[in-house]
Design a protein around this ligand. Structure first.
Ligand code: EPU
Length: 341
């Protein structure tokens, strides 16, 4: 038996969300192992309360206090569980820091996640929203994950297909939401690095540096430089990365939009045409705007920031204004990418 983790009451979550808003958790505990997690979940005192699992807190916005139990997942561990001449299967505890894992992979010369450098947050959160950047999405290197059933405490393995990955989406945001806690993620990384520099901003950056055949470390460094040049560091200015998803609209809708706005950037997508939300928001004049301490980042219109003491409600109010003006000007509906609790 492990000791029951310490549970704090009326705990301020400000240090546990990267946009830095204050919100109180009725109960709060950190867990370092699956056993501690199970013990807490099955404790009769908390059994019937709503629960919220928190990793790095980099994709969450607290609109209100949380009248239940917040569990901070700190489950660590990195283990090669299978290795061939071509691949490694690397099993990672869900509480590992994502960027540190990327650096570890590069250190070992294992390829596949270098384009996902510097994404804030934990390993366990990565599959939930199928993190993606610079032409790569987590699902391309995902092998399987383990998750604990909130009702029974039993650990189940989920294969790729069962996770139903989509653009910033998975089954854990939909039919499996609130039913499981991810305890580990196994990635399949390549021992024969083949870099992906298809994303325009990335290939331009490497070209400018005169790098023709980049190593995975050079790709990682380039991604880090690009991200640092336009995305605010949450340690300096609170933010959750992209606040909205890039909307995917039908060919017809896109035709109408392009008639009125011939310069609209666009990318082909399985379900229609993807239009950058940052461009739509920028065109409405929001970039660099500020209402109190809630603002739109000066260098990337898709990122909402907290200059200090903005509340969740104030950030949401700003987001609503942005949504309305984009809808009025372009007829396109923006949906949040961040989880609002
Ligand atoms: N743009 C503007 N104004 C701006 C910023 C961008 O008009 O203020 C235009 C750019 O000119 C470009 C387009 O918008 O034509 C796309 O911009 P960018 O390449 O910066 O990427 P994004 O679509 O805004 C997405 C992801 C980011 C990811 C980058 C790089 C989403 C919601 N966001 O941003 O992910 O890092 O691509 O791959 O898909 C995140 O999810 O939190 C995140 C930061």
């Amino acid at each position: 038996m492990t000791d029951t983790p310490e549970v704090k009451e009326h705990f301020d979550l400000k240090e546990h969300n990267t946009i830095g808003v204050s919100a109180k958790a009725r109960y709060f505990a950190s867990v370092s192992t699956a056993d501690e997690l199970r013990q807490l979940l099955l404790d009769p005192k908390y059994k019937l309360l709503p629960k919220l699992m928190l990793g790095g807190g980099s994709n969450i916005l607290f609109a209100n206090d949380f009248e239940g139990l917040v569990i901070h997942l700190k489950i660590k561990g990195r283990e090669v569980v299978e290795e061939t001449g071509d691949h490694v299967h690397w099993k990672l505890g869900s509480g590992e820091n994502w960027h540190q894992v990327v650096l570890g992979a590069i250190e070992n010369d294992w390829a596949g996640i270098e384009n996902l450098s510097l994404i804030p947050g934990s390993v366990g959160a990565a599959p939930i929203q199928n993190i993606g950047a610079y032409g790569v999405e987590l699902e391309q290197v995902f092998h399987s994950l383990e998750a604990l059933d909130l009702n029974t405490g039993i650990i189940k393995t989920f294969e790729h297909k069962e996770c139903k990955f989509g653009y910033r989406d998975s089954a854990f945001k939909n039919d499996l939401k609130g039913k499981y806690v991810i305890t580990s993620v196994t990635l399949k990384l390549s021992k024969h690095p083949k870099v992906n520099t298809s994303y325009r901003a990335l290939s331009d950056h490497l070209n400018e540096q005169g790098i023709e055949e980049p190593t995975i470390r050079q790709v990682s460094n380039a991604v880090i430089e690009i991200r640092q040049s336009k995305l605010p560091d949450p340690k300096e200015i609170g933010n959750t990365g992209s606040f909205f998803k890039n909307p995917v609209i039908s060919e017809e809708e896109f035709g109408r939009l392009k008639n009125k706005h011939p310069d609209v950037p666009n990318y082909p997508d399985k379900k229609g045409v993807k239009v950058p939300a940052a461009w739509l928001i920028d065109q409405c004049g929001w970039k660099g705007e500020r209402i109190g301490d809630a603002g739109v980042h000066k260098k990337q219109a898709l990122v909402l920031v907290n200059y200090g003491s903005a509340t969740g409600a104030e950030i949401i109010e700003l987001a609503e204004k942005i949504r309305r003006s984009v809808h009025n000007k372009f007829g396109v509906v923006l949906t949040p990418e961040v989880n609002i609790v």
